[in-house]
Design a protein around this ligand. Structure first.
Ligand code: UD1
Ligand code: CA
Length: 449
């Protein structure tokens, strides 16, 4: 949209005591992705040229996740002295020189790149401070935006507000844009003479207006700025996230038979003309190609599904599951780290782990690849057009050649050459008349008692 440089500073130093968790608050997940990673992803999608994350002391786990999510620099805030103090920990990144600085919160995961783009547009138009606000029926706890016409005059924290100011319903989301040229001097002008004795980022507004710089508010929908302090709010965020993803999938040409029963992850990719039946869960890392059908009650994670494949009902695909084009994976089938080539069928009650299955192979009901001996994991390779009879155990490492047959109930421990038959089970013996004689003997014994 612009060639202005943009530094995003994501605040993630909060303790999150109300979560009652051993996990730092910003690592709790929405759509299977840590909250802080959502904020970083939104900043990146909005065109951030640099992303800095501010973490608390002893927050190595947060730093690791933030870096993996795309943060370029991590700054540690040793003492929690307030939001302005937190932003100033990234002083070096601001001082390096940048056009736009935008402060995001690691516990506010639903902000969209479009909204961040609106803040940037106001900065580009000359504002020194841009605050994202929202109207709400329940303003308690939020800072209030005090306006005069279009001008933003001040932000008043709840604890410092007069009764009249508390009645204001326009609230501070916490997200703030600062012009890079003015940012450091505004931040350095902030003191801590307030009810909490903290350095409030929100004071940047009054300082800017006092200096004759312009401060403006941009408003958005309340749900976009939901901040998470406790588990209930985490669940609310999850619900909003899921609703958005369902709407986006439908708009992109995916059929969801019962949208409210389908759960997405942040990185789920469904092509147009995928059909998803009711009660399906997409864990992280799933891609589904066009024309595939995910049938009811399936659970997928780390799986890549080919065009026209049918998965489920009641299938479980785990990381590394790759059913190719037109593959059928049926009920009560689990696949982990298994490539299933075009047109193959694995239809009933089967475990495929660490395996490759050739095109058009048929895997009978109850087949198990025995991939683990308590120490290592081993590969099972099944060739094109192979036919594995029901209730077979394939003890890896083992290969079933192209076009080979495995007799039902076999325990296969040796490689099977192409186009041959392997039968590995006890031979069937028949004793004629045995049952009749047995019944006669037992009946007589019972009569004697
Ligand atoms: C802040 C805003 C308030 C706004 C609200 C929106 C200020 C002074 N107030 O209040 O106007 O309506 O957010 O949710 O900015 N943080 C640090 N280090 C600190 C303090 C905070 O990293 O020293 C982080 C927290 O982890 C959190 C964010 O900054 O992600 C907000 O801090 P919090 O203490 O929750 O601010 P609020 O009182 O909610
Ligand atoms: Ca808060």
């Amino acid at each position: 949209m612009t060639d202005r440089t943009f530094l995003a500073i994501v605040l993630a130093a909060g303790e999150g005591t109300r979560m009652r968790s051993r996990l730092p608050k910003v690592l709790h997940e929405v759509g299977g992705r840590p909250m802080v990673a959502h904020a970083i992803a939104a900043a990146r999608a909005a065109g951030a040229t640099r992303v800095a994350a501010v973490v608390g002391p002893n927050a190595d786990a947060v730093a690791t996740v933030a870096t993996k999510a795309g943060a370029d620099e991590i700054f540690v805030q040793a003492d929690r002295l307030g939001t302005a103090h937190a932003v100033l920990q990234a002083r070096a990144a601001i001082a390096a020189g940048v056009d736009d600085v935008i402060v995001l919160y690691g516990d506010t995961p639903l902000v969209t790149p479009e909204t961040i783009g609106e803040v940037r547009a106001k900065l580009a138009a000359g504002a020194a401070v841009v605050v994202l606000g929202f109207e709400t029926e329940t303003p308690t706890g939020y800072g209030r935006l005090l306006t005069e016409g279009d001008r933003l005059v001040a932000i008043r924290e709840e604890k410092d507000a007069t009764d009249a100011e508390r009645r204001v319903r326009l609230c501070n989301s916490g997200i703030m844009g600062l012009s890079g040229a003015a940012a450091l001097s505004l931040l350095e002008g902030i003191g801590n003479a307030n009810a909490k004795g903290e350095y409030y980022l929100t004071d940047a507004v009054e300082i800017a207006t006092a200096r004759g710089l312009s401060a403006v508010a941009v408003t958005g929908a309340e749900e976009e700025f939901l901040g998470v302090n406790d588990r209930r709010q985490l669940a609310t965020c999850e619900a909003v996230f899921q609703a958005r993803r369902r709407a986006a999938a439908l708009a992109a040409g995916v059929t969801l038979v019962a949208p409210d029963t389908v759960f997405f992850s942040a990185d789920t990719e469904l092509a147009a003309d995928v059909v998803v039946e009711p009660n399906v869960v997409f864990g992280p890392g799933v891609k589904v190609a066009s024309g595939a059908r995910i049938r009811a009650f399936s659970h997928l994670e780390g799986a890549t599904i080919g065009e026209g494949a049918t998965i489920g009902p009641f299938a479980r695909l785990r990381p590394g599951a790759e059913p190719g084009p037109n593959v059928h994976v049926g009920n009560f089938v689990e696949i982990k780290n298994g490539k299933v080539a075009e047109g193959a069928k694995v239809n009933h009650l089967t475990y495929i782990g660490d395996a490759t299955i050739g095109p058009k192979a048929n895997i009978g009901a109850g087949t198990i690849t025995c991939n683990y001996d308590g120490f290592g994991k081993y590969l099972t390779e099944i060739g094109a057009n192979a036919f594995v009879g029901s209730n077979s155990s394939l003890v890896a490492p083992v290969k079933i050649g192209d076009g080979a047959y495995v007799g039902s109930g076999s325990v296969v421990t040796k490689d099977v050459p192409a186009d041959s038959l392997a039968v590995a089970r006890g031979r069937q013996t028949m004793i004629e008349g045995w049952a009749k004689a047995f019944r006669a003997r037992m009946t007589k014994a019972r009569e004697k008692k």
